[in-house]
Unconditional design. Structure first.
Length: 724
């Protein structure tokens, strides 16, 4: 990696380590730009204050154990330039066709108070100069805002609040934004998507709100409950745990905790049952799921003729050359005879074969029936569609999710219509999303959920597949016969041995290989393995490196940089763009990090960076990256660039719902804190043909012997049983 001196402006958000004698510090530093990325900065600093704006000068370096860091040679306090905030505002999505260069020119010509000047007299924009059309567009947009826009920009800039949050405030409050913030800056946590307690607290501090202010303490309490649930995956937190966490965050608080807690209960930001405290969204999700399924179905379909189903199944076996086993036939019959059913099974047990049969048979036995197949991620939906020859979509697409407001267009007022709804990869579905899906299913006759109960649970709170099975409220079919063993698939055998706890790595010599090596050699071996696969004719998108952690010598960050430099090195013929510590280069393998429904691109999608267009070339004056996701071209500029990263190596969680011909899985001792049976099992089952394990055998063996470090605490199963 080329070392170069760069300047960064931003704030210290966390001091990891500091030696007061020497001044040597390790800090987590949030950049003050569109990306707002957080990176590790090291250096010798006389003093460091959190949330103070600094300019640091130095270079990116690669630490052998901790990955990429920024080594700062100098640091100075700076006043945030309000002009920069105005430029970001004018070049944002509120002003189509106005890129950063044009916005900078407006500020240069008219000054930092240009918004007030434009509002009073749009003709001043002719001095820039701009076309009459753009003059009127800018004036009209600014005129829609309150006269406090300039003050709002100044406030957010001083508080270190980025452009994307300014846009969110405008979208939620419009011209009332400044007034609403002054009334209660903490309201944004619940009312404005994308705001957390820390961001609201920074705004409040610059508005003069005391740390003892009841509004602040209330927001801290409610946010803590949600944050703790998000960290653990639990639906609730115990009362004593929440109290301890609150007193740790506000040790000198003189306000009565009991009064604060009762206020949160009365306002229904929190819900309490016995000693369990739920964020209201998690309580409503569980209650909503249990209540809906107690009454489901709301629309009854005609019963199936069992004899006709058997005849049709025999005909399908003959035409497709398939012999369904007893469990598969039972699964098919169960879906036709039950309004809600669950099918589980590991890799190679024929879950997809059953889905294909269901879609064909349902349309044959119910001509004109509407069958919908869906999955939680874009790649899982695409894979489902390819394997079943049945159109599939993400749950978010089905529910017409709106990115800006984080709401769903499909709900009980405007429900989904389907005779059969099939939800694949259900282990990834969290309680909140499933409750919204069910809310839109009043016009659905039958629902079948399919998943692998041995895989990792959802990233967000809940363990819905486990809980629905444990409730014993619905027909459950476990597919056990391993079909792909007929093709002698060692990957499938290993996955089932991990699940059963009977692994002998020495028995694998073909599809599964293990290479022992120390952590410092992992990168070299990964490069060698990937190079060998490419030389054998595999494409880069057919080879996926997975890692349990982002940081460290065998982490995602360092492996991405290593693989990029080997397989897509700097080249005068390929443009590149530095976004903080990352360098995006034409030809890079790219991972989508967030759902972008308008672009039909979703979290977990993988594509390739086809073109980088400079600001001079772009009609809107914005540097733009164009990524090709299997024929879908998505454009990224400004803050949207933070929605992508490199995909040479990705996390195991991000790989869920996908399969790759070759998977490379490094396992280092430093990964031990993350390693557990479900994570390794999930990683192994991503491989379709070949799996390469490398690193520490002890880390692998200890990982597969370790059950969940934390059994998620939920009450969905209990609620289902109470409703029976």
């Amino acid at each position: 990696m080329n070392e170069e001196t760069v300047k960064l402006t931003g704030q210290a958000v966390h001091i990891v380590y500091r030696n007061e004698e020497t001044g040597y510090s390790v800090i987590r530093f949030r950049r003050n730009d569109e990306s707002e990325r957080i990176l590790t900065v090291t250096g010798y600093f006389p003093v460091i204050e959190k949330h103070t704006m600094y300019e640091i000068t130095g270079e990116y370096v690669e630490h052998p154990s901790y990955g990429l860091q920024f080594n700062a040679q100098s640091l100075r306090t700076v006043l945030p330039a309000e002009s920069e905030a105005v430029i970001r505002y004018l070049s944002g999505p509120s002003f189509p066709g106005i890129g950063r260069k044009t916005a900078a020119r407006i500020v240069e010509v008219l000054g930092e108070n240009c918004l007030d000047l434009i509002r009073d007299n749009p003709e001043v924009l002719l001095e820039v100069p701009l076309s009459r059309e753009k003059v009127m567009m800018i004036h009209e947009q600014i005129s829609q805002e309150d006269n406090g826009m300039q003050e709002l920009i100044g406030l957010l800039n001083v508080a270190g609040i980025g452009q994307r949050n300014l846009i969110r405030l405008n979208r939620t409050y419009g011209k009332e934004a400044l007034k609403k913030l002054k009334e209660n800056p903490y309201r944004v946590i619940e009312e404005c998507d994308g705001f957390g307690f820390q961001t609201a607290d920074r705004i409040a501090r610059h508005l003069g709100v005391s740390e003892e202010d009841e509004r602040r303490l209330y927001a801290l309490l409610v946010s803590l409950a949600m944050d703790l649930c998000m960290q653990s995956g639990d639906s609730y937190i115990l009362y004593d745990e929440l109290y301890s966490a609150f007193t740790a965050k506000a040790p000198d608080c003189s306000y009565d905790y009991g009064t604060l807690f009762e206020t949160a209960l009365r306002s229904r930001s929190l819900v309490m049952e016995e000693d369990r405290v739920y964020p209201v969204s998690q309580y409503d999700a569980e209650a909503g799921i249990a209540g809906f399924l107690q009454l489901f179905p709301f629309r009854i379909s005609d019963p199936v003729d069992e004899a006709e189903l058997d005849r049709s199944l025999e005909q399908l076996e003959q035409s497709a050359g398939i012999d369904y086993d007893d469990d598969q036939k039972k699964a098919i019959h169960t879906v036709f005879s039950s309004p809600f059913s669950i099918i589980t099974g590991g890799p190679g047990t024929g879950k997809t074969t059953v889905v294909r049969a269901l879609t064909v048979l349902y349309r044959k036995l119910y001509p004109g029936a509407e069958v919908i197949c869906t999955a939680p991620t874009g790649r899982a939906a695409k894979r489902l569609s390819e394997l079943t020859d049945q159109a599939a979509m993400t749950i978010h697409s089905l529910l017409k999710w709106d990115l800006e407001s984080n709401t769903f267009g499909k709900n009980s007022d405007d429900p989904v219509y389907a005779d059969l709804l099939i939800v694949d990869e259900f282990s990834m579905v969290d309680a909140w999303l499933f409750s919204h899906l069910l809310d839109a299913c009043r016009n659905v006759s039958r629902i079948c959920i399919i998943g692998d109960e041995d895989q990792l649970p959802s990233v967000s709170p809940g363990c819905v597949l486990r809980d629905l099975i444990a409730s014993e409220s619905f027909p459950l079919i476990r597919l056990r016969h391993i079909y792909r063993q007929k093709q002698e698939s060692e990957v499938i055998s290993l996955a089932h041995e991990i699940s059963e706890g009977t692994v002998d790595l020495d028995a694998y010599r073909r599809d599964v290989r293990f290479f022992a090596c120390p952590p410092e050699d992992i990168r070299r071996h990964v490069v060698s393995i990937v190079s060998d696969a490419l030389n054998k004719g595999y494409e880069m998108n057919e080879i996926q490196v997975l890692s349990p952690m982002y940081r460290g010598s065998a982490g995602i960050d360092i492996l991405n940089r290593t693989l990029q430099e080997v397989f897509n090195p700097a080249d005068p013929d390929r443009r590149e763009y530095r976004a903080g510590e990352r360098i995006f280069r034409e030809g890079d393998k790219i991972l989508q990090l967030k759902n972008q429904p308008d672009d039909d691109v979703y979290n977990g999608d993988i594509g390739f960076l086809e073109e980088i267009e400079t600001a001079d070339e772009n009609e809107n004056g914005n540097l733009t990256l164009y990524v090709n996701f299997d024929g879908i071209i998505a454009a990224y500029s400004g803050e949207n660039i933070r929605n992508i990263t490199h995909a040479y190596c990705i996390s195991v969680h991000k790989s869920q719902g996908s399969e790759y011909p070759i998977v490379v899985l490094p396992l280092a001792v430093q990964h031990t804190i993350m390693l557990q049976k479900k994570l390794i099992y999930t990683a192994v089952t991503r491989a379709r043909r070949s799996l390469v394990l490398l690193g520490s055998r002890r880390a692998f063996e200890e990982g597969i012997s370790r059950e969940d470090r934390h059994i998620r605490r939920t009450t969905l199963s209990q609620r289902m049983k109470e409703y029976q």
